[in-house]
Design a protein around this ligand. Sequence first.
Ligand SMILES: Nc1ncnc2c1ncn2[C@@H]1O[C@H](COP(=O)(O)OP(=O)(O)O)[C@@H](O)[C@H]1O
Ligand SMILES: [Mg+2]
Length: 235
Amino acid sequence: MMDYRRTVLTVSDVIKQYKQYDCVVTAVDRATFSIYEGEFVAIIGASGSGKSTLLHICAGLDKPNSGKISVRGTDITSLSSNDLAQFRGKHMGMIFQNHNLIPQFTALENILVPALMTDKHEIAYEETLKKLVETLDIGDRLHHLPSELSGGQQQRVAIARALINMPLIIFADEPTGNLDRANADEVLELLLKTQKLMGQTLIMVTHDISIAAKADRIFKMDNGKLSPESKASLK
Ligand SMILES: Nc1ncnc2c1ncn2[C@@H]1O[C@H](COP(=O)(O)OP(=O)(O)O)[C@@H](O)[C@H]1O
Ligand SMILES: [Mg+2]
């Protein structure tokens, strides 16, 4: 049967090795997969299995030793660092475990950083901002500094920042890892709601099986090797 889904990300034969003293660690060992538009994909696996390394390479934050990463037909491994920075700003959003907000900036200023850094001047951000603020329920926190927000609120601001440019793909590395159960569930619900509302693709590293169970597809990382994982095997 023909597959009519649109591919947004194609990863082919990606290898990433690190030198540790006199050993070579293969953090990502020939990863090959495709992600489709609008999908929510979870990557699970033990600590040290290479999840963050793979995610960072896909997001253009790190370079592989070999292999190719193509985002909507653009091979990001062949871009100059300037072009890659522009490309990332326009098409990719990143959410980290530690929100990585700029402490001297208010919530609103933090959210607008990616918008100011890309040359999408023709685009009006007001509407996207309004939608994000409403969905993530941060309207009354916009003029506060990160230190004046709770952990859950900080992470909601980080989500708004990752989404303000309406990226094609959102990459999230254990986005709820630092939150307690109730806050993690709430932030995750808001992230999924926002992702669906905006029609974006979400690739999330998580060690939380109950989060992975909500994904459209699951991959498992084991010692640098990535393979599809069935939902049934999670239980
Ligand atoms: N910057 C680095 N330098 C050397 N080794 C690294 C570096 N980053 C990750 N590694 C190694 O690569 C492997 C995978 O790490 P990582 O991608 O962080 O795993 P995970 O996110 O699944 O916990 C580990 O063995 C780790 O020690
Ligand atoms: Mg990690």
